[in-house]
Design a protein. Sequence first.
Length: 495
Amino acid sequence: MLGNLSMGFTQIFTIEILFVILLGAIIGYFVGSLPGLTPSIGIALLIPFTFGMEPVPGLILLITLYVAAEYGGGITAILLNAPGTPAAAATAFDGYPLAKKGEAGKALTISIVASAVGALTSAILLIFTAVPMANVALQFGPAEYFALAVFGLSLISSLSQGSMIKSLIAMLLGLMVISVGIDPVDGITRFAFTNNLLEGIPFLPALIGLFALSEVLFMLEENNGGNKKIGKVKGFEGSLAALKKIKFTLIRAPILGYIIGIIPGAGATIASLISYNEAKRTSKSKETFGKGNPEGIAASEGANNAAVPGSLAPLLALGIPGSASAAILIGALTIQGLEPGPMLFTNNPEIPYSIFASLLLAAPLMLIIGLAGVKLWVKVTFIPKHVLGIIVGSICILGAYAYSNSMYPVWIMLIFGIVGYVFRKINIPTTPIVLAMVLGFMMEVNFRRAMVVSGGDIGFLFSRPIALVLLALALLSLSIPMTQFILAKRKVSNN
């Protein structure tokens, strides 16, 4: 492991990679500090610009953006009480009250230090856990990979919010989308009524439309001139003393965040809320939470940033996403001609170990940039929504066109943008569509391979222990929310 990690550091200690890490951090802060722009949207927008890059710098750029965007959401949570990302909602509980007391600098310092500690601690944990996970996954055959894909699809219950039925509708749409094109096993054409569809519906333009363009349409709907103004951000006096008082939270929050981040579907939002609640439960001054307690800020920010490397563990080791952003990163790996999963460590070890090394380097760099650029990130929040919408919309069109230098992917992006907009209007989540597009191919191909190996015996899928456990977990993952839904309906009808 140490030899491979040394190779990873050798890969990243170049002017190009160091510049890429710096650029990813700056763009990530920009994306995170704007309410409405999530890490998922930022990654989707940036993928087209990585086409001409080698896999290592391209992926490091996207992952650095992912990490920095999670911190960026805490800036507006503290200064405006408007979390830039869902995972920063818990940061606002104590960050904004502290800022209202005239201690915005103190709150921002605690948040960036906690974020950097969380990202660094989680990166170290990732290095020690991803490789054993990948070694176990090397034993997988078609039955296990099929079961793994089914388990991944069952996570729609935790990757999305609201009605389970609506989530299933979105997932089925995603499965329909990946069925278009040439059959991966028999080579038969399926639902391709134009030559453009022979290779299937392009993933990236669809992704940009679902996430970024649909958000642009919402931005253009809003008629406001910008966000509310805030007072002058004061200095950082008292920050070091506050950090000493919360040192145990700075240790506990990253560990919690990483463990929760590993669980596919849990994500940074759940990690931050659980960490915040745990900090409040164990605190000697519970009554001060929600009134500007620095411990609450550190608990939220330490956990949500730690969840990012946590979500990369199942992505790199197993090939299943730990979050919506990780699902998009799987698409980025595929576009680069790489197959996420255990074979990545065998066939392309420079990729995962370069990512590990870049995460270790990005955390202190993120700390420096975050502390130095607070006033700049604050100014970003004053951009009017309609202006921002036009800028992001232009990037969407440019990114889709760059996919194949033709208008066809632009039309795909526009169609999926409208679909995403309509779905969000009627509260149908778009994340299950992406999940199905990512895992549907794995599920279909490995099911058919398993049937060839077993001579068509469906019982083969249940005869292998790992596959049986994964299928049981998938059933459990789907049955729990369905049971809760049925019980809730009965309770309402009884009342």
